[in-house]
Design a protein around this ligand. Structure first.
Ligand SMILES: *Cc1c(COP(=O)(O)O)cnc(C)c1O
Length: 369
């Protein structure tokens, strides 16, 4: 049996409605920041229950632009989790901020017990990353930020509709970044990002910065970027946003099926599920013994298993100038050796999931004989 990783072929199997709206858009010529972008932004804000949603070019830009809006640049330090995805630190590097890491814990989010130690007089902001679809310890992070007068930009790119104590990702920080890259919870046909905020001034600045710093057609207030949400992607975004409830419910149900199946297999540890967070499972990750051999075994049985991520950021060549070394973030480094990811999405069949579970079971049975 083949178990594919990406559900995109199924997700976009029937898109006549999208093409119909695109055809109308092409006839109108309304290609830059027009009506459809505004409609998408209003839908997104209403779905999340936030005041403003601003479409931008990518999830990376949805982090970079709020950093700029807060005036963060060279000489400023920004703290994030050491186990995050490239884009989080890429956005910090683009504005010239110094990257400061805090190790994660086995929730895959920042270890809040180590957060205060990383704060210096130059620290300006924290970017908590809601990695894998779970949610960082936001109440503690907010408290620490308040005490030290730091801004919060949530990296929500993996956790659209995630919640902590019933409060959504996107409603905690000064601003939050979401991505609609094809591998995220909702996907468009290329790159797209969204900033959400309840702060009117943040909204104003992000809107300026995504469009060359233009206050209006003729007046340029500041240097900005060309990072507008593409109108064609907004058409896809509207279409897929209507399915968000089913997408999230499907992911959560698939993860519960795995959790049940993997529970009790020797050599496998299912991450602790905190009852007060709503994990939307962008990724389904297990801690496993003998990971590389298991990965090979799964691939030989037709399962497209993955590693998120094999090389920690602080040991990547790009980050050498930041000055970290092996051993600095032991939990992040352990995760690179011990984790494996399986597909978990709304289109995955239970038979495919059972094949994954049986294949893992078979591997550990075989290893002990
Ligand atoms: C995908 C992702 C981003 C950036 O998204 P792009 O749209 O690809 O630029 C940022 N942070 C995290 C944690 C992500 O997973």
């Amino acid at each position: 049996m083949h178990v594919r990783y990406s559900p995109l072929a199924q997700q976009f199997a029937d898109v006549d409605a999208v093409f119909d709206e695109m055809r109308a858009l092409v006839k109108s010529g309304d290609f830059t920041l027009g009506k459809v972008v505004q409609e998408f932004e209003e839908m997104f804000a209403a779905t999340l229950g936030v005041k403003h949603a601003i479409g931008v070019g990518s999830g990376t830009d949805a982090l970079k632009i709020p950093l700029r809006a807060l005036g963060i640049g060279p000489g400023d330090e920004v703290i994030t989790a050491a186990n995050t995805f490239y884009a989080t630190v890429g956005a910090m590097a683009e504005v010239g901020a110094k990257i400061v890491f805090v190790d994660c814990d086995d929730t895959f989010c920042l270890d809040v017990d180590q957060l205060e130690r990383a704060i210096t007089p130059r620290t300006k902001a924290i970017i908590p990353v809601h990695l894998t679809g779970d949610v960082a310890e936001m109440p503690t992070i907010m408290e620490i930020a308040k005490k030290h007068d730091l801004r919060i930009i949530e990296d929500g790119c993996q956790s659209l509709m995630g919640e902590y104590n019933g409060k959504r990702v996107g409603t905690w920080g000064d601003a939050t970044a979401f991505s609609m890259h094809p591998l995220k919870i909702i996907n468009v046909w290329g790159d797209a990002g969204i900033v959400v905020t309840n702060d009117d001034e943040m909204n104003r600045k992000v809107r300026l910065l995504r469009n060359h710093g233009l206050r209006n057609r003729d007046e340029m207030e500041t240097f900005g970027y060309n990072s507008r949400l593409d109108s064609l992607q907004a058409v896809v975004g509207k279409w897929i946003l209507r399915q968000l409830g089913d997408i999230v419910a499907g992911r959560i149900a698939a993860a519960a099926h795995y959790d049940n199946g993997f529970k009790g297999i020797p050599g496998v540890r299912v991450p602790e599920r905190r009852p007060y967070t709503k994990n939307v499972y962008l990724l389904y990750i297990l801690f496993v013994e003998d990971r590389d051999a298991l990965l090979k075994h799964c691939i030989s049985r037709g399962i497209e298993a993955k590693i998120h991520y094999p090389i920690p950021l602080h040991l990547q060549d790009a980050l050498r100038p930041v000055g970290y070394k092996a051993g600095d973030f032991p939990v992040t480094e352990r995760h690179c050796r011990e984790t494996i990811s399986f597909p978990v999405d709304q289109h995955l069949g239970r038979a495919e999931q059972d094949h994954v579970i049986e294949t893992v079971q078979e591997f550990y049975n075989g290893r002990r004989t």
